[in-house]
Design a protein around this ligand. Structure first.
Ligand code: C2E
Ligand code: MG
Ligand code: MG
Length: 544
């Protein structure tokens, strides 16, 4: 080797443990340096192999995207990949494609600490939102010391869901993996990208490059895997400004909320604070609209049957509020709780439920209304309920209150006093969403109720007989000892119903028996009724 070449090598190794040259198909042409210590094989043994064999499967799409997105002469920031067969070992890859070099890629490889494990539960290495916020906060903290500047890029990939569905099966899953890899390849060290929704992603990246350049690269890389389906990528980038950690964390949260709810807007925010202001303004506007919808009673109720699990007959119906969009009210209910609108909403819903009960000519209808944990703690709300119930003797035995766990109950003693006064008037009281919140057992201990509704997340997995099965069985046993009835919600299949029955559950609710509908159907008319499931499976007798 001539002196000049040695000098050149010295320079190249100044920031590398290993040098690799890779041909366009992925085969390693040249390997020089600390091959064993970094990639786990000798220099000579590396030549002729594909780089893919060296890297863990989950990180391959990311390096593929890095290589595919290289423009001649351009160099991209390093990506950290994990080495196959060597748990805990990782290297940082920096790649460059020199012009007039037959498309060959020159890589500098440097031993590196493995990427943080936080929040990356998906096998494709994309983070969940929570994990992303944790990593973003720690990078913002580190930036104060290292001076490393980063920006937040919000990326929308319109058409991704449709393309995946059209491609279907293995091709659809492969597209998802490649998209994940392409996004990670754009993110800081390859481990700071998260999925926020079907077509919405967020990542942290080194500033300095126009977001449009990133979008062009992403579009090019992804298009090769989209099977001709059209995907339209767009992105906005905002700097991660400095400020107190608490303020930054809040700004980040609001900016992500805004992006999830609204997508990218025509006018990109110029800073995280601006994105936050926008989100706060939008939230206040929506809260105002919700307040108006509640006070003007602009909502309807949907009714879903709750059946006796032994007879399959409808026992009562749960009333579920629906706003003008017709979708799940969950976020509206949360907002109503945050903006002190919940008592008025719950009161209005119960009034409507009572009207429905009064209009029932069969005399059999029983309805459950959902009451927030916030409302049951309110003297004014409960006094209003008492007046309503006392005003009509027919309501006794027909009105059920489900206390939801969407908001914590502040004072259990007060709540229990209120619950006993409603029960004293003949109403049934149910603890909803049991197991969804941390306080469920404390509630069961301190609140005397008639019924416990087991949260759907435990019920849905009941048939697979894992830990959830054991949990439900023990909970049912506990309720039996306390003389409390149980309802399983989200019973979607006969298998789940069967498992719930075997676990000793008394009542069931879910798509197996009926989705929420405009009217309480099937009607409750026990003498003539046929079990809902029998009817569903084609039994001859009709409901009357
Ligand atoms: P929840 O009280 O636990 O109501 C059950 C939810 O599960 C309903 O969602 C229902 O549509 C859904 N569901 C029922 N069966 C199945 C099934 O088999 N599979 C699946 N995947 N889902 C099923 P919805 O209507 O979106 O309501 C969401 C939550 O909003 C309710 O949960 C309740 O906490 C709250 N909510 C609804 N109406 C009111 C109300 O008038 N006041 C208050 N405070 N909260 C309400
Ligand atoms: Mg409920
Ligand atoms: Mg529930």
């Amino acid at each position: 080797m001539s002196i000049a070449a040695r000098r050149l090598l010295g320079l190249a190794f100044a920031n590398a443990d290993m040098l690799l040259e890779i041909e366009s198909g992925g085969v390693i042409l040249l390997a020089l340096g600390a091959a064993q210590a970094t990639l786990g094989a000798d220099e000579a043994a590396l030549v002729g192999r594909s780089w893919r064999e060296l890297v863990v499967e989950a990180d391959r799409p990311m390096l593929e995207a890095l290589f595919a997105g290289l423009e001649d002469g351009a160099r991209r920031p390093p990506l950290v990949v994990r080495i196959a067969g060597h748990p805990g070992r990782a290297v940082a890859f920096t790649a460059r494609r020199l012009p007039d070099n037959d498309g060959r890629i020159s890589c500098a490889v440097l031993a590196a600490p493995p990427p943080p494990a936080a929040g990356s539960s998906a096998s494709d290495g994309l983070l969940e939102r929570e994990g992303f916020e944790v990593i973003a906060r720690s990078l913002m903290d580190a930036a104060k010391v290292t001076g490393q500047q980063l920006e937040l890029a919000m990326v929308e990939m319109a058409g991704l869901g449709d393309a995946r569905d059209v491609l279907g099966g293995a091709a659809g899953a492969a597209l998802e993996r490649q998209v994940a890899g392409a996004l990670r390849a754009e993110s800081h060290q390859g481990s700071a990208a998260a999925r926020l929704g079907e077509d919405r992603f967020v990542l942290l990246r080194e500033p300095g490059e126009n977001a449009a350049t990133m979008v062009r690269r992403l579009s090019r890389v992804v298009a090769t895997h989209a099977g001709g389906q059209s995907l339209r990528a767009a992105a906005h980038a905002v700097p991660l400004e400095s400020g107190s950690p608490a303020r930054l964390a809040r700004a980040l949260r609001y900016a992500l909320d805004d992006f999830i709810a609204e997508g990218l807007k025509d006018v990109p925010p110029i800073s995280l604070s601006q994105a936050m202001d926008r989100s706060v303004r939008r939230t206040l506007t929506r809260a105002g609209e919700l307040g108006a919808a509640v006070s003007q009673r602009r909502f309807t109720l949907a009714y879903q049957p709750v059946v006796d699990i032994h007879t399959g007959l409808a026992h009562h119906h749960e009333a579920l509020v629906r706003f003008e969009d017709g979708g799940s009210p969950f976020t509206m209910v949360r907002m109503a709780e945050e903006f002190d609108l919940i008592e008025e909403l719950d009161q209005a819903v119960v009034e409507q439920v009572v009207r429905q009960l009064k209009g029932d000519r069969t005399g059999k209808l029983k309805l459950a209304a959902n009451i927030s944990g916030r409302s049951i703690g309110s003297e004014v709300f409960v006094a209003g309920m008492e007046r309503l119930i006392k005003a009509d003797a027919r309501l006794k035995d027909k009105l059920i209150f489900e206390i939801t766990e969407s908001a914590a109950i502040d004072d259990l003693e007060v709540a229990n006093r209120h619950i006993q006064s409603l029960r004293g008037l003949g109403c049934t009281v149910c603890l909803d969403d049991f197991g969804a919140g941390a306080a469920s057992f404390a509630y069961l201990q301190r609140l005397s109720v008639d019924v416990v509704k087991i949260d759907g997340r435990y019920v849905r997995d009941l048939a697979s007989d894992g830990r959830d099965g054991a949990l439900v069985r023990h909970l049912v046993q506990l309720c039996k000892e306390l003389e409390v009835k149980t309802v399983a919600e989200m019973v979607e299949t006969p298998e789940i119903e069967d498992a719930a029955r075997k676990a000793g559950v008394d009542f069931a609710q879910g798509w197996l028996y009926g989705r929420p509908a405009d009217r309480p159907e099937p009607a409750i008319n026990h003498e003539a009724a046929v079990p809902i499931v029998a009817r569903r499976t084609g039994a001859s007798k009709e409901w009357r």
